[in-house]
Design a protein around this ligand. Structure first.
Ligand code: FES
Length: 99
């Protein structure tokens, strides 16, 4: 079943918004024209990624400043864990997830 999160027309580079779906905290971001949906938990020490900053394909955690590649999920250095991405689904003019 499609669960809508956001209208496509509301997305822009720098967009960032948190959602809770089935008890899971998710973060939707757009950078360089591409959307990413990920678990809203930093791979380093599990801080929320809400208010993370994005720069040139990297998401920077606000807690300790580690940067993670939005394409690969890998850290710039120091963290062996990766971002956890959730598959994005599209229906009509909306973006969401299949639940
Ligand atoms: S919890 Fe994100 S960098 Fe440490």
């Amino acid at each position: 079943m499609f669960y809508p999160l956001e209208r496509l027309m509301n997305l822009y580079d720098g967009y960032q918004r948190g959602f809770t779906v089935n008890g899971h905290s998710l973060l939707l971001v757009q950078d360089n024209g591409r959307c990413y949906l990920l678990r809203n938990t930093c791979p380093h020490q599990q801080a929320p990624l809400t208010h993370a900053t994005m720069n040139n394909g990297y998401l920077r955690c606000p807690a300790h400043g580690m940067e993670f590649n939005l394409m690969t999920g890998k850290s710039q250095g120091g963290c062996s864990q990766e971002l956890q991405f959730i598959a994005i689904a599209y229906e009509g003019n909306q973006l969401g997830v299949e639940i």
